[in-house]
Design a protein around this ligand. Structure first.
Ligand code: HEC
Length: 156
């Protein structure tokens, strides 16, 4: 073996080990990225999720929302039925500080402070967080007055 043979062998070894190291690094990097995505996949998915989703009538997520068609004014519906459809969601539960049906004290106060006309007007035009016409967008003014009478009669 002469000098140049040795040199060639050495260069060969350097090249081989160089490749080995590169391969090792590449393996590590690849492995690393796989591990990261496995661990953080859920977190990333969570972060990338749209902030709000829109729920439309007909979507499965909208099943709990009453259908608008059933909220439209229907001459045949009694005030009690209209109450169920358009007002109960809030006035049965007291959600958002809605005066609960049957709460005599609260309804007496309300009647005294503005009179029944004020209550009618609030049902028709809304009051603070109480939406105008509640959920009964198709109700006529007279139907709303009748529903208010119904609520008041149930709260005496
Ligand atoms: C989304 C919830 C919600 C729905 C639906 C709703 N209300 Fe209300 N209602 C409220 C809240 C909240 C208040 C209290 C508002 C306040 O005093 O600031 C209120 C107050 C009232 C008052 C008292 C107003 C006053 O002047 O003191 C009447 C009367 C009334 N609602 C009638 C109705 C009728 C009739 C319906 C159905 C057609 C209805 N509401 C549907 C939330 C609701």
């Amino acid at each position: 073996m002469n000098r140049s043979d040795r040199k060639q062998i050495r260069t060969g070894w350097i090249a081989v080990s160089g490749l080995f190291v590169i391969g090792l690094l590449a393996g590590c990097i690849q492995k690393e990225s796989v591990t990261i995505s496995a661990v953080h996949k859920k977190v990333l998915e969570e972060r990338l999720r749209p902030v709000g989703t829109i729920c439309l009538h007909g979507d499965p997520c909208a099943q709990a929302i009453p259908q608008t068609s059933s909220l439209s004014a229907d001459e045949k519906k009694t005030p009690a039925q209209l109450y169920r459809i358009g007002c109960a969601a809030c006035h049965d539960t007291g959600i958002g500080d809605a005066p609960k049906i049957g709460d005599r004290r609260i309804w007496r106060q309300r009647r005294r402070s503005g009179g029944i006309e004020q209550l009618y007007s609030s049902a028709i035009n809304g009051l603070n967080t109480m939406p105008a016409r509640g959920l009964c967008v198709g109700c006529t003014d007279q139907q709303l007055r009748d529903v208010v009478d119904y609520i008041v009669s149930k709260s005496r």
